[in-house]
Design a protein around this ligand. Structure first.
Ligand code: SAM
Length: 437
């Protein structure tokens, strides 16, 4: 048993809460949807493990909702914010309590959908998303299954629809040519564009839907001991409706130009959170570090509106990137500056989010551009100190990849006053074995 599993078992035991081994193992609802930059459930559990009953944990950058779900599983309250409406829907669907009646109703509906759907074995003109080069994603057989499922799920409402949309997301990714062996989503190496409709492929995709449905229902059935909510909002300011937190635990976007909209586009198109490419650029522009599509040219012409406490360190690094980065240099220099400018707007808001004595934990990686290191962890530490966080500590929690210089850090500290519960330090044998990706 890993120390983290031991911790959760102890907590669940001492709090008298019941969860099965699957949730303890960190699978369950955490596994509902893949987002490459999702962080480790064990890591969150380790950080929040010592918080007393009744505590509130806030994650200003929710992603797939790992933090509020881990908190709710441990019997405390989790709340999070995300700027992406799809992730807000996903998080709240993962955090809902499902009654047996709701699960039975969804099961009956799913069974009817599969029976009717299998009968329509031919290419139809049903709606399909306007996803760029859709034929690279799916062969005609599974694409047809997805179209049939989409049309059938559109006839449902409420809890059933939410659960079936999750199952559709899992089915569409499992039947696609998407590969996850890179930091960001790409296509499988050997994937070829198939043009013929194959009835066996069509039918096999319904099998995937059935298998995924069974696994989602099983984990939805596991009750949550605590509560969690995801709010739609921009963490560069104060978002209304949140309770004051005992701890902030989060991993903001890294300074690596990863676009969450790009990563999530197959789900967002099939669930109609995105309709056309310009929407993707507009949404990415709202996200910290978003430079996908039109957001990239906007970054190039961006100008700062405020100073940050680390400008004297950022500016020489971005000037060096501008000088050495060739054609992309000026845009990347702005990107690095804007990223920290936006994070400073966020950090300025956190004293209002946290109770006196509350702790903060920011999981962040450094990065390099053309050989110039962007030490986001150090700049986070300085910005946190500037908003009154005390005992700021930067610890390495993981080496990111074979590049010797890239690490993931936990930048932590606490506000003064109150009954401060010291954040747990991760010792070598508690270092998370693997992240979810
Ligand atoms: C690294 S991901 C978080 C991953 C998360 N820890 C998980 O386990 O899934 C960062 C998230 O920050 C969100 N984000 C970016 N800019 C934001 C902003 N201004 N306000 C709120 N959320 C934002 C992105 O949409 C993305 O979901």
């Amino acid at each position: 048993m890993t120390p983290a599993t031991d911790t959760i078992n102890r907590l669940l035991y001492t709090r008298g809460k019941h969860l099965t081994f699957r949730a303890n193992d960190g699978i369950g609802r955490h596994d509902w949807l893949r987002l490459t930059p999702a962080y480790s459930v064990k890591l969150v559990r380790d950080i929040v493990a010592d918080l007393p009953d009744g505590s509130v944990v806030t994650d200003p950058f929710s992603g797939t909702g790992t933090t509020p779900l881990a908190a709710a599983e441990l019997g405390i309250t989790g709340q999070s914010i995300d700027v992406n409406p799809f992730l807000v829907w996903l998080g709240n669907t993962k955090l809902r309590r499902y009654t047996e009646d709701e699960l039975m109703a969804a099961t009956e509906t799913a069974s009817g959908i599969v029976t009717r759907g299998r009968e329509q074995a031919s290419v139809s003109d049903l709606w399909q998303p306007d996803l760029f080069k859709i034929e690279r994603w799916w062969a005609p057989g599974p694409l047809e299954t997805l179209k049939v499922l989409r049309q059938e799920i559109d006839q449902t409402t409420g809890v059933t629809r939410d659960l079936l949309d999750i199952v559709l997301c899992r089915t569409l990714i499992k039947t696609s040519n998407a590969a996850f062996n890179h930091p960001s989503m790409s296509f499988k190496k050997d994937s070829k564009v198939v043009t013929e409709f194959d009835e066996l492929d069509f039918s096999a995709a319904f099998d995937v839907f059935e298998t995924e449905f069974a696994s989602i229902i099983e984990s939805a059935r596991l009750d949550l001991a605590g509560d969690g909510t995801v709010y739609l909002g921009d963490s560069r300011g104060v978002v209304d409706g949140l309770a004051k937190a005992d701890a902030i635990v989060t991993s903001p976007p890294y300074v690596n130009r990863m676009s969450y909209i790009r990563e999530l586009r197959p789900y967002m198109y099939w669930l109609r959170f995105l309709e056309a490419a310009p929407d993707a650029g507009d949404l990415d522009w709202k996200a910290i570090g978003g430079t996908w599509g039109t957001a990239s040219s906007k970054t190039k012409y961006w100008e700062p509106t405020i100073e940050t406490p680390v400008d004297s360190e950022i500016l020489p690094v971005s000037a060096a990137i501008a000088a050495d980065g060739g054609k992309n240099g000026p845009m990347l220099a702005k990107y690095v500056h804007k990223y920290h400018h936006d994070m400073w707007e966020h950090f300025k808001s956190i004293p209002e989010l946290v109770k006196p004595g509350g702790s903060v934990s920011y999981i962040i990686g450094n990065s390099t551009f053309y050989g110039h290191e962007v030490p986001a962890h150090d700049w986070y530490a300085k910005m946190l100190e500037a908003v009154g966080v005390e005992d700021v500590n930067v610890e390495i929690i993981r080496k990111r990849n074979s590049n010797k210089k890239l690490y993931e850090f936990n930048v932590s500290g606490h506000f003064s006053g109150g009954d401060h519960v010291p954040g747990r330090r991760l010792t070598a044998d508690q270092t998370p074995e693997a992240t979810l990706f």
